[in-house]
Write a protein that binds this ligand. Structure first.
Ligand code: GLU
Length: 378
């Protein structure tokens, strides 16, 4: 099998399929689509490629069995988590049968975002996947929803897929969704055009991706965020439609969907790649000019340089660092957001007095920092 020109030399592929791809409106598995996906993956493996599948659908499949208990308001989170615990074995059972129809084997790995943040667990999961790929087994990843701490939101698996792509050093991340790809405006509007290719660094800010219509941009924002997590790491990305005949193979071999070029020749060391790919979205700190200059010249971020922080984040999370509203770095925070609020504009010597403990003299240490602008901290 020959991949499309832009993917020449690519071997390791992470494929992400959403709930709307593998389940029907009534919540049942869409066996026809699942069969195509599995068939395509098996053909890719036979041609020497390595594939990791990230599949949603557990909540959707399991929900039907909880209907009687579903309250009108509130407690939605718990029900989603319970629904997922019913749906996940059903989903994986289907996959397992379909792979066996092709004399192939799949495996299940359920991860939480914390597993990516915890370096030890991250390395263990990576090792497991490497062994499976070596043995031509297809790992099927999903979020471990029933024990996930935070609310399950649509789009979580886009981020999980991006983190997985980085974890396994993938060459390509393929996100299969209900849209044909990225459009220059609402695809329901007249004259909307599919963007066939996006170069690294192309501004997409003028495209409104916030509306979540079923046709087209449903959740496109989180897909673009996922793409933006992997392209800086040299990983190519494609967003393509579930309605292609060969759902996985067509976008990889023909010019379908939107292809995103990665940054060329950027090979960050593993830890920094990990920081970028595990970044928590919409969380970060705004710093003043003094701190900006200090960080750009290789120093740590001290509390007194922080003017504000936003989002719910905790010690060990990877968060954005902004100056004048523009993100210029990502780093692992030593403190929770509420505590940063209490120590911002304080001297490091005062941390213990204010908080009653001290994790570090800095909020983000230079070793745990990646600069995104020129003069990148490599
Ligand atoms: N993990 C969820 C599921 O399997 C889906 C999350 C998402 O849609 O991104 O249903």
């Amino acid at each position: 099998m020959k991949l499309r020109e832009e993917l020449e030399g690519c071997k390791r592929i992470v494929v992400k399929v959403g709930s709307n791809v593998v389940t029907k409106k009534n919540g049942r598995c869409d066996i026809r689509k699942m069969r195509i996906i599995v068939e395509d993956i098996c053909e890719l493996i036979d041609s020497g490629f390595e594939v990791v599948l990230v599949s949603s659908g557990a909540v959707s499949v399991g929900k039907a069995f909880l209907k009687k208990m579903m309250p009108k308001k509130g407690k939605k989170v718990d029900l989603q988590q319970s629904a997922s615990s019913i749906g996940q074995p059903k989903l994986i059972n289907r996959y397992s049968q379909l792979f066996e129809d092709h004399q192939s084997i799949c495996s299940q790995i359920l991860l939480t975002h914390d597993d990516f943040r915890n370096r030890k667990r991250f390395l263990l999961a990576k090792q497991t996947i490497e062994v499976l790929l070596e043995n031509k087994v297809t790992p099927i990843l999903n979020e471990n929803d029933s024990i996930s701490f935070s609310e399950i939101t649509v789009g979580d698996n886009d981020h999980l897929a991006a983190s997985a792509a980085q974890m396994v050093d993938a060459d390509v991340l393929l996100i299969v969704t209900s849209a044909e790809g990225l459009f220059d405006k609402d695809p329901l509007e007249k004259g909307a055009k599919l963007i066939k290719a996006v170069s690294f660094g192309d501004e997409l800010t003028n495209i409104d991706m916030t509306s979540k219509t079923d046709v087209g941009r449903g959740g496109m924002e989180s897909k673009i965020q996922a793409v933006n997590k992997v392209t800086p790491l040299g990983i190519k990305a494609i967003i393509s439609s579930k309605d292609n005949d060969r759902i996985v193979i067509d976008p990889l071999t023909k010019g379908m969907g939107t292809i995103f070029d990665p940054e060329e020749n950027f090979k960050p060391e593993q830890k920094k790649a990990w920081i970028i790919s595990t970044k928590k979205f919409n969380c970060g700190v705004e710093v003043d000019k003094g701190a900006y200059d200090a960080l750009m010249s290789g120093n740590s971020l001290f509390p007194r340089g922080i003017s504000s922080c936003f989002g719910d984040f905790y010690q060990g999370d990877c968060v954005d660092i902004l100056h004048e509203g523009k993100p210029f770095a990502i780093g692992i925070t030593e403190y929770d957001h509420l505590d940063i609020d209490r120590i911002k504009d304080k001297h490091s010597d005062e941390i213990e007095e204010v908080l009653g403990y001290k994790n570090s003299i800095a909020v983000i240490l230079t070793d745990n920092l990646v600069l995104l602008e020129d003069g990148r901290n490599e």
